[in-house]
Write a protein that binds this ligand. Sequence first.
Ligand code: HEM
Length: 417
Amino acid sequence: MTTTDQQIKNTPKKGLAARFLGYMIENKPDLLFRIIRNTRPNLVTPNNGPVFITRFNDVQEALSRPDVFNITYAPMIDPSVGPFMLGRDSTTINQRDKGIMKSLMQREDLPAIREKVAHLVNEAVERQMQSRKIEVVNTVSRWVPLKLTGEYFGFPGPDMESMFRWSLATQLDMFHNLDHDSVIHQNNIDAGREMKAYLQKLMPERREALKQHPQMDDILSRLMKSHFPDAIHFDDERIMVNIMGTLVGGVETTSQAVVQILDQLFKRPKILAEAIAAAKIDDNDLVYLSCWEALRFNPINPFVVRHCVSDYKIASGTLRSATIKAGSLVLVSTRSAMRDGRQIPAASDFCIDRPPYHYMHMGYGMHTCLGDQLSRVQVPEIVKRILKLPNVRPGSAMDFKGGPFPESYIVEFDPIY
Ligand code: HEM
């Protein structure tokens, strides 16, 4: 899930300092975070401005205290899909729903997920081979996760156009509408209502179909085959909310990661050559390591946002400790943490031998991404197929068209004779 510099621009005081911070986050985030990390790593900005948490250890400390640093998304999530794990901290909704979803999204599924993704991305690429160029965002990096939501999570939607519209409308409001634009908010609510109407029809049909074909196996089918005791109150309503969450969380994030990884690889010819060599021999581990490291240089979000609900001293007992007041908006910078040389050796270098815990692309702590394992397969598998194109090269810069997500990114390649 992502956030933007709007978080800064819309904090209570929009003075010069706030506007400068907003500009720096948008244009030179790593420079800004390096200055903060090395001077006031837990920076409490004046006039009730946001608090920046920038060092690796402190980011992990803040994200390990969901009772102090609360999630902020509920006002946008609740009216759309309903109460959801990402809108709550330390509640049954989070613990029970995430526990159930995680138990059904098995590690053993990963090889089959890889096959599905490989098949889908191949289909998306193959039909464009004659054109010698591919616009990645709308024909591949959004299309594949949208299709996977149907094939793996069991939520195909009535058509791809509706699925894409629902995905975009919910993402834009839940994670990028800090100006509280009423049209964006209403689009999100409408998307939630349409998704519910669709699932209210699909779920009884699926229940019937499962009687005839009990071998049907996707996450929705697994949920519907499970028998939850009444005492835990995990009913059809909860199934519906959690299934909607897989579409909301899984598409724009994946697309942005794919595009930003390609963009970073194309900037580094030697590393690109190694990644292409790994792709060509299907060295999936190596492709994954290259992808996750490339993403470290431009992760999909600069920070995750939290609301501090009680006074808290971060990094207590150190010279960098700071008291964060209740009511503060806290920008917990996973991007900065992943560049913190105190924990990340040679933090400015591209290294593919880092331990997994150095990466926080998928968040940290209670709200670590539900699609974490799946994404470590899906994203590299999409990137791998693109890298296999003959003499693949960028055909355009990433184009966000003024919005929070890449909307267009062209790669070119040589014809196959
Ligand atoms: C590369 C792709 C992805 C990235 C970078 C990503 C990133 C993230 C991040 C950073 C968070 C935590 C947000 C926070 O703490 O405020 C998160 C949470 C979440 N993500 Fe993802 N995500 C990705 C793919 C997916 C997929 C494929 C799914 C589908 C299941 C998904 C579903 C979720 C859900 C349901 C949560 C909430 C978890 C909770 O509250 O406990 N994400 N994601």
